[in-house]
Design a protein around this ligand. Structure first.
Ligand code: COS
Length: 380
């Protein structure tokens, strides 16, 4: 058993930390207040190899693994949860192409997603199919005359969907067979019949756009089918298993960001004639925060280790995501309490961190879904 990072992982951590401090932090409050997607940061992340972190070198990526991905997302989330969300969701597209795609799809999309500035997204959720993903109704009917699938339906709450150059979209090729016909398709921005609907107004994560996608007789060439017809549900579940490690890392980073802001504030803020860092009641909040963070860290990195070692990781990934998201919310809550009235004002980053933390308990599977996945694994 070895709990140490390798030299290469330490080097990556220091690059990611510096990038987060120099490029991510200065924009964090701006993109939150302006509800703006940080295109410039995404372009810089492409340049330094973060966008294709888990993509093999032969397809233009950095050839890293899930531990590397967690290291990067954790560092970025410490400074800006929105930017971390954009990167985490983006990497699901490449994961799907790598695992289920044809060689032609890999050659076409992976280099664009890694270093070419393309943004990827993943579209499973529908207005009536959230936690119950198997209730999806979007259809994809094959048109023999043209060799295309014709997609009809609506996806909702899609992170990055409005800015994405290509998305993995799940649809039923035979609605009479229901979920047994769910199939993945690669849909590109600009394909006829594909448009963006409502842009959501959210409580937090304002830099990561969340949208509705509308498919109105959207024509997708048959070569854009992902993997095998009818395997979409298990593909989506497998991809979500991996994606949840990214959100677990985001929750961890959010909690660490809240801790950093709180420590800084405790040394600056003077009450009763001394910095509040000298008050035992407040010191104990810090003890609670670091303990929760340390526990979350081991679970997140253990999940990433299992995945990168090719071992079964789904249940541990669910535990990591469930635990990290509680950690993010609880630590952000303590951080805001330490900041007192100033924490409630948006002059300090704490208010943004508190709003951003909540989503980690909801997206890429609610905490309740994770408890279902974990308990089913234990009880059968
Ligand atoms: N990996 C591979 N296959 C899986 C899987 C996994 N992690 N989980 C389920 N499957 C397969 C099952 O093996 C089963 O296959 P067969 O029909 O061949 O036997 C099939 O998928 C159905 O599984 P299950 O019966 O468990 O489906 P349920 O509808 O009961 O529940 C949950 C599935 C609730 C776990 C699923 O709907 C889920 O994760 N919901 C949350 C969705 C989510 O996270 N959304 C976030 C946003 S994504 S834009």
């Amino acid at each position: 058993m070895d709990f140490k990072f390798t030299e290469a992982q330490l080097a990556l951590q220091s690059v990611a930390r510096e990038f987060a401090e120099k490029e991510v932090q200065p924009l964090a409050d701006i993109i939150d207040k302006e509800h703006r997607y940080p295109a410039e940061t995404f372009a810089k992340m492409a340049e330094i190899g973060f966008n294709g972190i888990c993509t093999p070198v032969e397809y233009g990526g950095s050839g890293g693994n899930d531990i590397d991905k967690v290291i990067i997302i954790e560092e970025i989330a410490k400074k800006c949860a929105s930017t971390a969300a954009i990167l985490s969701v983006h990497t699901i597209f490449a994961a799907g192409i790598l695992k289920f795609g044809t060689e032609a799809q890999k050659k076409k999309y992976l280099p664009l997603m890694a270093g070419g500035g393309w943004l990827g997204a993943f579209a499973l959720t529908e207005p009536n199919a959230g936690s119950d993903a198997a209730a999806a109704r979007t259809s994809a009917i094959y048109d023999e005359k043209t060799g295309e699938y014709v997609l009809n339906g609506t996806k909702c709450f899609i992170s990055g969907g409005g800015k994405a150059n290509a998305l993995i979209v799940f649809a039923l090729t035979d609605p009479s067979k229901g979920i047994k016909s769910l199939t993945g398709f690669i849909v590109e921005k600009g394909m006829p019949g594909f448009s963006i609907g409502k842009i959501e107004n959210k409580m937090g994560l304002h830099g990561s756009e969340t949208v509705e996608l509308i498919f109105d007789n959207c024509r997708v060439p048959k070569e854009n089918m992902l993997g095998k017809e009818g395997k979409g549900f298990s593909y989506a579940m497998m991809l979500l298993d991996g994606a949840r490690i990214g959100i677990a890392a985001q929750g961890l980073g959010i909690a660490e960001g809240a801790l950093d802001e709180s420590i800084k504030y405790m040394h600056e803020r003077v009450q009763f004639g001394k910095p509040i860092a000298a008050l035992q009641g407040i010191q104990w909040y810090i003890a609670d925060m670091v303990t929760k963070i340390q526990a979350a860290k081991w679970l997140v990195f253990y999940a990433a280790y299992l995945k990168s070692a090719g071992e079964n990781f789904g249940t541990i990934a669910a535990m990591a995501k469930y635990n990290s998201s509680i950690c993010a919310r609880e630590v952000a809550n303590l951080g805001l309490q330490i900041h007192g009235g100033y924490g409630y004002m948006n002059d300090y980053p704490m208010e943004r961190i508190y709003r951003d933390a909540k989503i980690t308990e909801i997206y890429e599977g609610t905490s309740e879904i994770h408890k279902l996945v974990i308990s089913r694994a234990v009880l059968g």
